[in-house]
Design a protein around this ligand. Structure first.
Ligand SMILES: [Zn+2]
Length: 245
């Protein structure tokens, strides 16, 4: 695929021996793609990503995959922290919740899928380890957000989506209070850091992060019946993928 070089100085070495085995997806959250591209190469901003995907489908390479880009910040997933060491970061141009969040154009998603196929040919990335910035930093981040078409990625083999009847997954009814503890246990098994005293997110932030990714029709921060069903399905798939790997 055609990638436009646009090198960023905001990079350093990956930790020795760190496995590169996950992809973290972001939106740029700025008014234009040009502004985002300028910021991601500005030394004073001290942020970057490996790739940026424009709305028209152009793909820019900012940091070589062998090096560490500075995209995830303070982060946690499945027992690991400082995820920049382990991940490829992709910025997807979108103004985001602050500047006019809008659907991701088809050309942009097609380019992203081609890029992911390219990355998957070079690195062994388990199917569930294509995740969002909000998953790994629920207290600070909402990107790529609930308009991001995770189902389209999953259909191409990148990431997973909840399995089950759509009526069950959409059920906004209350769940019995005694089932909540099981849901929190499953959220921890999925990968979220669940700890009331930690800096990674209040309970509502973590539930909202799960919903932005896996229950996009209802981002409430509350575990309802549909969210509980989605949590159980995502958890089961991740356990199976871990066992098979
Ligand atoms: Zn981000």
């Amino acid at each position: 695929m055609r990638v436009i070089p646009h090198p960023s100085p905001n990079r350093d070495a990956r930790m020795g021996g760190a496995a590169l085995d996950m992809v973290i997806l972001h939106y740029t959250g700025m008014e234009t793609g040009e502004a985002a591209l300028a910021r991601l190469v500005d030394p004073s901003a001290a942020v970057s990503a490996h790739y940026l995907v424009e709305e028209d489908g152009r793909v820019f390479r900012l940091v070589d995959e062998a090096e560490r880009a500075w995209h995830a910040g303070v982060s946690y997933w499945q027992g690991r922290e400082v995820l920049n060491h382990h991940s490829i970061g992709i910025e997807i141009v979108n103004p985001g919740h602050e500047f006019g969040y809008r659907p991701f154009p088809e050309a942009q998603i097609a380019a992203l899928l081609a890029l992911l196929a390219d990355i998957a040919a070079r690195h062994a990335i388990r199917r569930d380890l294509y995740i969002g910035h909000s998953d790994v930093a629920p207290d600070r981040k909402t990107d790529p957000g609930e308009l991001f078409p995770w189902e389209q990625l999953a259909a191409a083999g990148f990431g997973i989506v909840p399995e089950g009847e759509s009526a069950v997954l959409a059920d906004a009814g209350d769940i019995p209070a005694d089932q909540l503890a099981a849901c929190w246990h499953q959220l921890a098994e999925i990968g979220y850091r669940i700890d009331a005293n930690d800096p990674y997110g209040k309970p509502a932030d973590i539930v909202a992060a799960f919903q932005r990714h896996w229950r996009r029709g209802g981002v409430t921060g509350q575990i309802d019946r549909g969210t509980a069903a989605a949590i159980a399905s995502v958890r089961d798939q991740i356990i199976r993928l871990k066992e098979a790997s």
